[in-house]
Design a binder for this molecule. Structure first.
Ligand code: HEM
Length: 449
């Protein structure tokens, strides 16, 4: 793949094409909020079908320039390239962090607001140590984390409270109700039961994430950052049994590890997991056949303390494929790299737009349908890059914890109940899945089965 070439630099888009990419890809994604979503903009993006425009824009460029990477025409700022070919996407993911570093400059600027020493924005030996720590704490290679049974218990308790509330509201479930429950689950899983009602901690982090959305255009909230870190460190010091904080207290660390800079990522990245769960609930409500299969799996596993729930995990993965919560996966080249079509300079920001790969109906037969079986075949979608959790050595080390908590939440909410979207036509199995599904205005009517 990476062979020496004298073809010069890889092709560069024209100024007009670069502006079109800015308008169709970067502006909508930045406006929706990269680090924390802005619900109103998400609603607008859904109505205007902006996510489809982004995919079509890249498809057009792919048809014109062929499969190699395409430099954007940005003479006065950092070099930037689009990846348009699945093999190239796999190469970038697999050759992380050298020469494709995770510590891309825009990402660094954003995350500096609350976790400047996080693994994702570190490089070299510092990254290696922090990545090792995260893999150890999150048991990234275990299908079910050692604390899986405890996490399932936490989910069950909070789901039961939520369902009691749903009954009080005549069977209505909406995002605000779900989100409060989800935040309690997240604080208990990450920090322990004593953090269950510490909504203030979540709000402090939200404020820091809102500033991070503006990256270098926001001066930052130094006071909130200090208060947040102080509070977080108190929980980490306590290391409550049955939570990730206990694993952190047990994990080997040194002066480089900086656990308190890794854990904000755990807390904040659980947010999109809640969005993916709520959307998966909508998908199941709109697809009765798949909902029946899910109910079968729930019944078969109802007495297991830490069930793996493959089908429900596949439903969450489908929710993330259709509506990726990290749509822009960014890397930065640490040296000049060679491609079939030429050389890409060092320090180029490389963008892999997940929806472009996930929804390519030119190649994937059911690209716009809800098809959990895609994740249950051996080899999943083959060599096709599916990157809800990115891939290669930079893959999300929390993915299996996420799939454990989300699938258990779906199981507990669905067990013995039937969900209908309100209004039912919000999502229809007879139509292609929309380019974006606004989770903030989803509502359900819940009945006993
Ligand atoms: C639906 C939920 C989640 C999704 C879709 C997701 C996705 C991702 C993606 C795409 C990356 C790579 C980002 C990049 O390369 O720029 C990543 C990194 C990471 N994620 Fe997740 N994540 C989720 C939840 C979580 C949770 C809950 C945790 C921890 C409990 C977690 C821990 C991490 C860590 C530590 C990294 C950094 C990895 C590294 O430095 O190599 N994630 N995640």
């Amino acid at each position: 793949m990476s062979k020496e070439t004298d073809k010069g630099t890889v092709p560069t888009a024209s100024v007009a094409e670069t502006l079109a990419v800015m308008g169709d890809v970067f502006v909508p994604n930045i406006a929706k909020g990269v680090i924390i979503r802005r619900p109103k903009v998400v609603g607008m993006a859904e109505k205007l079908g902006l996510d489809k425009r982004a995919i079509q824009r890249l498809q057009k460029l792919n048809e014109k320039y062929g499969s190699g990477p395409l430099m954007l025409n940005t003479p006065n700022s950092k070099p930037m390239a689009l990846i348009l070919d699945p093999d190239d996407a796999n190469r970038v993911l697999n050759e992380t962090p050298e020469p494709f570093a995770t510590a891309e400059w825009a990402k660094r600027k954003a995350l500096e607001h609350f976790e400047p020493d996080m693994a994702l924005v570190s490089h070299g030996p510092e990254r290696a140590e922090r990545r090792r720590f995260n893999e150890e704490v999150l048991q990234s290679e275990c299908p079910v984390h050692g604390l899986g049974a405890r996490f399932a218990q936490v989910v069950e308790q909070e789901a039961n409270d939520l369902l009691a509330l749903v009954e009080q509201y005549d069977g209505k479930l909406d995002w605000d109700m779900f989100e409060s429950t989800w935040n309690r689950v997240v604080r208990r899983v990450v920090l322990g039961d004593s953090a269950r009602d510490d909504q203030q901690l979540t709000e402090m982090l939200e404020k820091l994430r809102s500033a991070a959305n503006w990256a270098f255009f926001h001066p930052g909230h130094d006071r909130v950052k200090d208060d947040f870190h102080e509070r977080l460190c108190a929980y980490l010091k306590r290391g409550e049994e049955g939570s990730l904080a206990a694993e952190i207290a047990r994990a080997q660390t040194n002066e480089i590890t900086q656990p308190e800079h890794q854990v904000p990522q755990y807390l904040f990245a659980f947010d999109p997991a809640g969005m993916a769960t709520f959307r998966a609930l909508a998908l199941l409500a709109a697809h009765p056949d798949q909902a029946e299969r899910a109910q079968g799996e729930i019944a078969e596993n109802s007495d297991k303390p830490a069930p793996k729930l493959d089908y429900l995990r596949a439903c969450v993965l489908e929710s993330l494929r259709l509506w990726p919560t990290t749509p822009m996966v960014l890397r930065q080249t640490t040296e000049a790299t060679q491609w079939e079509s030429g050389t890409m300079p060092a320090e180029t920001s490389v963008l892999l737009l997940a929806p472009y790969f996930h929804r390519d109906e030119r190649v994937l037969k059911n690209a716009n349908l809800f098809d959990p079986d895609l994740w249950l075949q051996p080899g999943e979608a083959g060599n096709w890059p599916m990157m809800p959790f990115s891939g290669g050595p930079g893959i999300c080390p929390g993915r299996r914890v996420v799939l454990t908590v989300t699938s258990n939440m779906l199981a507990k909410l669905l067990q013995g109940r039937a969900y209908q979207l309100d209004p039912p036509e919000r999502l229809l199995s007879s139509k292609p899945m929309p380019p974006l599904l606004n989770n903030y205005d989803l509502a359900f009517k819940v009945d006993n089965r």
